[in-house]
Design a protein around this ligand. Structure first.
Ligand SMILES: [Ca+2]
Length: 639
């Protein structure tokens, strides 16, 4: 219910009219009765501040906003809480059109884009120095005071936002608008950690839109929005000078992106080596014909190199331009930027196969060497984590060793395990893993799996994976995936990375889950530490703040091997066929591929499991075709 004009809040602010409604609440024009100033009030949606954690975070960030003093950042007067519980922010009212309104009249010149970059980067630097990340930069949130580009001011900080859940919360009609300027890490990629570098990326997209007079087209659908953030965006429609300056701001991996607004501002310092991170390429002279072709290619949103060549050739003919060098050059540029963003040996080799004597051949060869060295450096050192490509799952090397697989009759009695289940956990037997094994630190996430479906077109028809009946962020474990689906995912990782990915064997999974422990659970026999380590059925064991369904991976504490959610969250497919007992089971860590292979084993219990099932030894047989909301998986890699 919007506040009526004339309403006075806190004896200080008189509401004049509603200006806008957004995800965080409503914005009003109001008057400060003490000073007479016109102000904007943002009344926060109650559900965002009613939860104690969110309220504390909100108040902390709102207080920090007051400390940002920069003409390019809206001045916050403060945060106010009314006796009724209503919380609102008061800030300067900035009168003028938004940048998006200005862009409707046409693109900015290169000089204007650079001036805008300087102005916004300076303001955002002041915010980052107060540890405030904007999180919502877009041309709508840049207001040109008095219509003057030189007085561009950033408004509407997305403070106190949880970094997970953003993707699911906006799926629907408003998706494109919200997601167009989001960073890869806001979409659940690259570890989901949102810091100042996220604003660097979003600013890059805002500047690209300013130079084009329209958004770059980074959010046509939710799946495409994720896909578009795995590689360098296609900047070929931009003026070459800006293209090279935006490239280091728009690196998908935050670790390879310009790290701060200070580095963005270095573009404007005369004599400074631009970028200085080995990522910048000087803008090359491009003929008008090539530039025109580049626009055609960008408009068609072409994604495959072969198609680029084809489209460029046809476009060349259509434009009456010579076919050959210019098209090859654009195709080579696009292929190279994709290979570099993929950052895998197979991708770079494929690029070299296509352009063996091209301008990037030497760079490609040295990237292959670098990637191989990087992979050698992380080989099989226990505890060492790695990722074989920017969007691949994060893995951790496990130590080699032996363990006793299965449970003792004493454990089963103590835990009241029904006999039909308990019998499957015996007889206990020794297993030795004498090879290098890396296991996914986390269950494979919805975001990671969506990348696979997008890339391969793997048929998920009829599966509830995008809509399991409860809300999921891209950082939640994927569910509603059959054993065949998850095998296909592992095979795709193998093809993509050139390394051997597969499902864990049942023995490997239990070795990982136990992490050296012999107790019922990796933290001990009892349930005292359950809430620290496992997301389980709420009705079975009440944990404070427990989510009703899946939780984003890695929120709870890992085991001694640094593996998260081995018990609970989602049950995990393994390679083995179902057998009713362990008699005759392999002792070398390999999977058992005899027995009932129409059923495969799932392990670890889920968010829907009672505590007795949340044990390292619990096994279930599940039809391989099953897709349900409590079963997911993680992968392993051998060296
Ligand atoms: Ca699990």
């Amino acid at each position: 219910m919007p506040l009526a004009p004339g309403t006075v809040l806190n004896n200080t602010h008189r509401i004049e009219r509603l200006l806008a409604r957004g995800g965080m609440g409503e914005v009003y024009r109001a008057a400060n009765l003490l000073t007479g100033d016109a102000v904007a009030l943002k009344v926060i949606r109650p559900e965002l501040v009613n939860e104690p954690n969110m309220r504390a975070l909100f108040l902390r960030e709102a207080t920090a906003l007051r400390k940002i003093r920069h003409p390019a950042i809206v001045a916050y007067e403060g945060v106010h809480a009314e006796a009724s519980g209503r919380v609102y922010l008061a800030m300067d009212l900035i009168e003028g059109p938004s940048l998006s309104k200005r862009l409707a009249d046409g693109p900015l010149t290169v000089a204007q884009v650079r001036a805008l970059r300087r102005r916004l980067a300076q303001g955002l630097l002041a915010a980052h120095e107060q540890n405030i990340v904007h999180r919502d930069l877009s041309p709508d949130n840049v207001v040109l005071r008095d219509g003057d580009l030189e007085k561009a001011t950033v408004i509407d900080f997305g403070i106190a936002k949880k970094t997970d859940g953003i993707a699911t919360s906006v799926i629907g009609s408003s998706f494109a608008g919200k997601m167009e300027y989001a960073s890869p890490e806001q979409m659940g990629l690259f570890g989901n950690a949102v810091d100042a570098r996220s604003d660097v990326y979003s600013l890059g997209l805002v500047l690209a839109a300013a130079a084009l007079g329209r958004p770059l087209g980074m959010a046509q659908t939710p799946a495409l929005a994720i896909e578009a953030r795995k590689r360098l965006p296609d900047l070929s429609a931009l003026p070459p000078a800006l293209r090279s300056e935006l490239t280091p701001m728009l690196q998908p991996d935050p670790a390879r992106r310009l790290a701060s607004m200070r580095e963005v501002l270095a573009f404007d310092e005369p004599g400074t080596a631009r970028g200085g991170r080995g990522l910048l390429r000087r803008g090359r002279l491009v003929t008008a014909a090539v530039a025109a072709l580049a626009v055609v290619v960008a408009l068609l949103s072409v994604t495959r190199p072969a198609l680029v060549v084809d489209v460029v050739s046809r476009a060349s003919a259509a434009l009456g331009l010579p076919i050959g060098q210019p098209g090859d050059e654009a195709a080579e540029e696009a292929a190279w930027s994709r290979a570099r963003a993929a950052e895998t040996v197979p991708a770079v080799r494929a690029f070299l196969g296509q352009f063996p004597a091209g301008r990037y051949a030497a760079e490609a060869r040295s990237l292959i060497t670098e990637l191989e060295q990087r992979s050698a450096a992380t080989r099989a050192v226990p505890g060492q984590t790695f990722r074989d490509c920017p969007s691949c799952p994060e893995m951790v090397w496990l130590p080699k060793g032996s363990f006793t697989m299965g449970s003792s009759p004493e454990e089963r009695r103590r835990e009241n395990v029904p006999a039909v289940w308990g019998d499957a956990e015996g007889p206990p037997h020794d297993v030795t893993l004498s090879y290098g094994l890396a296991m996914g630190k986390y269950e494979v996430t919805l975001g990671e799996f969506a990348a696979f479906v997008q890339a391969t077109g793997h048929p998920m028809g009829g599966s509830c994976w995008r809509n399991p009946g409860f809300e999921q962020s891209y950082r939640d474990p994927v569910v509603c995936v059959s054993w065949t689906d998850v095998r296909a995912y592992a095979d795709w990782l193998t093809r993509t990375t050139g390394k051997t990915y597969r499902l864990p064997s049942e023995a490997e999974w239990e070795y990982g889950a136990r992490a050296g422990s012999r107790t019922a659970r990796f933290w001990g026999d009892g349930l005292e530490q359950l809430c620290r380590h496992a997301n389980v059925l709420e009705a079975g064991f009440k944990c404070p703040d427990s989510p009703p369904n899946t939780a984003p991976v890695g929120q709870l504490q890992p085991n001694a091997f640094q593996l998260y959610d081995m018990l609970g969250n989602v049950a995990e497919w393994v390679e083995d066929c179902w057998t009713a007992r362990y008699d005759g089971a392999p002792s070398d860590g390999s999977a058992r591929l005899s027995g009932n292979c129409a059923q495969r084993v799932t392990r670890g219990g889920s968010w829907n499991s009672d505590p007795w099932r949340i044990r390292s030894a619990t096994r279930s047989g599940t039809p391989a075709v099953t897709r349900n909301g409590e079963t997911g998986f993680r992968v392993v890699r051998t060296d």
